[in-house]
Design a protein around this ligand. Structure first.
Ligand code: NAD
Length: 248
């Protein structure tokens, strides 16, 4: 019999909100034991109370490499292994701003969270995965990393960097039973999107052939497949979740 996802150990960053918390709930339903990383203490507490499997929460700023290393190694020691890493923590930074007006400090900050944060977590999780010749890493990127959203230089470029990193990492560990992929969602219906005026949401969904936002259920479904043992012959790839917008 092949590996089962039940009783695997997963780390999810950005798990206190939106996409990260939806994936945490779904993986817990599948029997995955979880370590949830976020800087939002109350959000983490709320999600933990909803989970049915063993779960540890860690208040971590993923831009702090030493903290990331310390807590990932604690998770590895506590559970004896790490099977899954999902990087969902992310920020948009300033938006609706042209490239020549971008504040360089804001650009650096967005790269620190979206790119360096995903790099640090993968850097310290990989030695644990190599011990078992098994692992699944999923970086949540964005369609903006493939297409470039005007007015969102920092966000789009940082997500393109994440996609580039997964292409490299996918090749480097391809013979070690470890897959590293990204997911590129278009706009997903989260509390943040619910709070926007209808006109703004329509502007975004107009670019999507299905003419609607993706749902958190749809994100959780595809993410669960990508990190499952069954998704074993795909690495370095960017999975699409854009309602038909991206066909490449
Ligand atoms: N919602 C969408 O439409 C959409 C579309 C494409 C991609 N994404 C990507 O999906 C991911 C999740 O998005 P979301 O909509 O759930 O966002 P969200 O704001 O609801 O959740 C992001 C979480 O990341 C945490 N976080 C931010 N900076 C952190 C840091 N330095 N250290 C630790 N935690 C930190 C926040 O506290 C928050 O809980 C992001 O990477 C985002 O770029 C979202």
């Amino acid at each position: 019999m092949g590996k089962e996802i039940r009783n695997q150990i997963g780390i999810i960053t950005g798990a206190a909100s939106g996409i990260g918390s939806a994936i945490a709930l779904r993986l817990s339903e599948k029997g995955v034991k979880l370590a949830l990383f976020d800087c939002d203490k109350s959000g983490l507490k709320k999600i933990k109370s909803l989970l049915s499997t063993e779960c540890e929460t860690y208040i971590v700023d993923i831009t702090d490499e030493k903290e990331v290393a310390k807590w990932i190694n604690k998770v590895g020691e506590r559970f004896g292994k790490i099977d899954i890493l999902i990087n969902s923590a992310g920020i948009t930074g300033e938006t609706n701003i042209k490239s020549h007006e971008v504040n360089s400090d804001d650009l650096r900050r967005v790269f620190e969270v979206n790119f360096m944060g995903s790099y640090y977590t993968s850097k310290y999780v990989l030695p644990w995965m190599l011990k078992n010749n098994y692992g699944r890493i999923l970086h949540i990127a964005s369609i903006s990393g493939k297409e470039g959203n005007a007015g969102m230089l920092a966000y789009s470029a940082s997500k393109a960097a994440v996609i580039g990193m997964a292409k490299v990492q996918g090749k480097e560990y391809a013979e070690k039973g470890i897959t590293i992929n990204t997911l590129a969602p278009a706009v997903i219906k989260t509390a943040m999107v619910d709070a926007l005026p209808n006109e703004q949401v329509n502007y975004m969904t107009d670019k999507i052939p299905m003419k609607r936002c993706g749902t958190l259920t749809e994100v959780a479904d595809i993410a669960t497949f990508i990190v499952s043992p069954e998704c074993s012959f795909t690495s370095g790839f960017t999975f699409d979740l854009s309602g038909g917008r991206a066909t490449y």
